[in-house]
Design a protein around this ligand. Structure first.
Ligand code: NAP
Length: 546
């Protein structure tokens, strides 16, 4: 950690005027800073954590690993960077990805404009001078014409408000707020609550350490084997030889990931044995994209999806020895892929261990935490440690926590009371000069996130340059453009199977959160084409003014 990062300037010295303020020092915020600097702008990043990295700084739970392959999940903006960096495994784990992000911060000398340990508390726009004033919990008051929210999609961890949580005498943890020193579960009685991507990754590893592990499952999730392995040097060399072309090819796929030939057939147009052979090959290959890309219609046709869902259910039945447990683990309430499809290493196998018990909290919900553990409607369980793998207030949580307003107008949280509205996921009407990186209404979490970040920030950078060249001081979407985009995002989602699942894409994991499908699932290609056309047409749908 550099000296510059740790130095805490006094309050007076911190009242500064900048060209742009960036909120968040993860992959989005760091790339934003780099891009803004290239435009000659004076920008500063505010980051709540004590280090850069965002998601990869906070999520240090056992087994935390990206479900996109490491050669894909990295920045594309600098060919030397992608040529030089060596990923040791097929999928990067948390510490490798965090090391990469720190390397990027050093290599591009970003740290001197990143202020750590600083949480942005408010952002208010003064329409008289067209400037944002951002305040932080460290007493900073910073002004700039542009504010860029790089606050992340899964950055507000959520511990359910279980009655009695304060009484529990053991230790509890959340996947997204994991202690930096790690946790040793050796010899302990442990509960993991939640079986999403985080739970599915940590459960096999905690089971190996704990004296006994109880997994509290409310909704069974589909998971596929990741088939992680050390990086194959031949594969790495051939990928690097074509890196630029591969990145370009990725931009022509729905999710910005190259290497998976587009499907050409409906799952219903092939005989059952051929279809199952295809799923079997994908299961053996590992990875979620390639599996869901087996046929054209797995995410739009329930009957087609049933074939893939049943294939995976049968896999679960074949792996898990106790058939009652297997049936509980086999998801039946949502089509495969409509909740984030998990990738695992020995997840289902873990339920064959003698020290692992699955607890169904759908039929017998958790009622409260006690001094010694968890009480469900079916009984009481004693634990030394409880792990919440209960997810995040996704996509809007971090933005709603900041008091964002224009003049004396309503806050962004108030505007979004019935669900988030944006134009292209990039800007919000009524909130001029504030850009969101991978905001709701953009493909974001349905793509390779770093590619989505780069596409957004390149668009934002071009937009800021356009305004500055023309001495335009203000940009915001028209109400009409925003309404039409929100309608389009909903129409596209409604043409798929996604709304059939109660997922965080819909906000349904947060009690009281409006049920609105947040990511844009029309695919990256039409989305980018729309963004590019909007810009080429003089920022069509936006109101630009002096
Ligand atoms: P999640 O997918 O939202 O899963 C949360 C889990 O906690 C669900 O099983 C949920 O059950 C359960 N839960 C929540 N409240 C509960 C309650 N009151 N009682 C019982 N169970 C409760 O969260 P996540 O696993 O942290 O993953 C979030 C997202 O982060 C992923 O979908 C993925 O996009 C990303 N992620 C990616 C990776 C990776 O790249 N490999 C790893 C981790 C996370 P219900 O389903 O019934 O709500």
């Amino acid at each position: 950690m550099s000296e510059v990062m740790e130095r805490r300037p006094d309050a007076a010295a911190r009242a500064v005027d900048l060209d742009a303020i960036v909120v968040g020092g993860g992959l989005g915020g760091l790339y934003a800073l780099n891009r803004l600097r290239k435009l000659g702008l004076k920008a500063r990043v505010f980051e709540a954590g004590s280090g850069v990295g965002g998601t990869w700084f906070w999520n240090r739970y056992p087994g935390a690993r990206c479900d996109v392959e490491s050669l894909e999940y990295s920045y594309a903006f600098d060919n030397d960077l992608q040529q030089e960096w060596h990923w040791p495994e097929r999928y990067g784990n948390q510490s490798e990805i965090l090391a990469y992000i720190n390397h990027v911060a050093d290599r591009f000398d970003l740290r001197k404009d990143v202020q750590l340990n600083t949480r942005v508390t408010s952002a208010s726009f003064d329409p008289a001078v067209n400037k944002w004033t951002v305040r932080t919990d460290q007493g900073d008051v910073v002004t700039a014409p542009f504010c860029i929210m790089a606050t992340g999609n899964l950055s507000t961890p959520r511990v359910p408000d279980f009655k009695g949580i304060e009484r529990f005498k053991g230790k509890w943890y959340h996947s997204g707020l994991w202690p930096h020193e790690g946790v040793d579960f050796t010899g302990l009685r442990v509960a993991v609550i939640g079986t999403g991507s985080s739970g599915v990754q940590m459960i096999p590893l905690i089971a190996k350490q704990a004296k006994h592990l109880h997994v509290f499952q409310r909704t069974a999730n589909f998971s596929l084997p990741a088939r992680n392995a050390p990086m194959d040097p031949v594969r790495e060399a051939s990928h690097k030889a074509e890196y630029v072309e591969r990145r370009a090819a990725a931009m022509l796929t729905p999710f910005c990931i190259a290497g998976h030939p587009a499907p050409t057939k409906s799952a219903l147009d092939v005989p059952e044995d051929e279809r199952n052979a295809q799923y079997e090959a994908k299961w053996a290959e590992g990875g979620s994209i390639s599996f869901l890309y087996s046929y054209t219609d797995l995410l739009v046709n329930k009957e087609a999806n049933d074939t893939a869902s049943e294939f995976v259910r049968n896999k679960i039945r074949s792996i898990v020895k106790d058939q009652a447990v297997a049936e509980l683990l086999a998801p039946k309430d949502h089509p495969i892929g409509t909740k984030r499809l998990c990738l695992d290493t020995n997840y289902y196998e873990t339920y064959n261990r003698d020290n692992v018990t699955l607890v169904d909290v759908r039929s017998a919900p958790i009622q409260e935490l006690t001094e010694t553990g968890v009480r469900t409607s079916a009984g009481e369980y004693e634990f030394d440690a409880i792990v919440f793998a209960t997810g995040f207030d996704a996509m809007t949580g971090a933005l709603r926590e900041i008091d964002i307003r224009v003049g004396n107008g309503p806050t962004l949280a108030e505007k979004w009371a019935n669900g988030p509205t944006t134009y292209l996921g990039l800007m919000i009407s009524g909130f001029p000069n504030m850009f969101v990186i991978t905001g709701p209404g953009s493909p974001s979490v349905k793509t390779q996130m770093i590619a989505a970040i780069e596409q957004h920030m390149n668009w934002i950078g071009d937009c800021v340059a356009y305004l500055r060249e023309r001495d335009l001081k203000r940009i915001e979407p028209s109400q009409k453009a925003e309404e039409e985009w929100v309608q389009h995002v909903n129409d596209v989602a409604d043409s798929t199977l996604y709304p059939m699942a109660n997922s965080w894409y819909l906000g349904s994991n947060i009690p009281g959160k409006p049920r609105v499908f947040m990511p844009y699932v029309g695919g990256f290609v039409p989305y980018k084409a729309k963004c590019d056309a909007v810009a080429a047409n003089g920022y069509e749908g936006f109101v630009l003014s002096r």
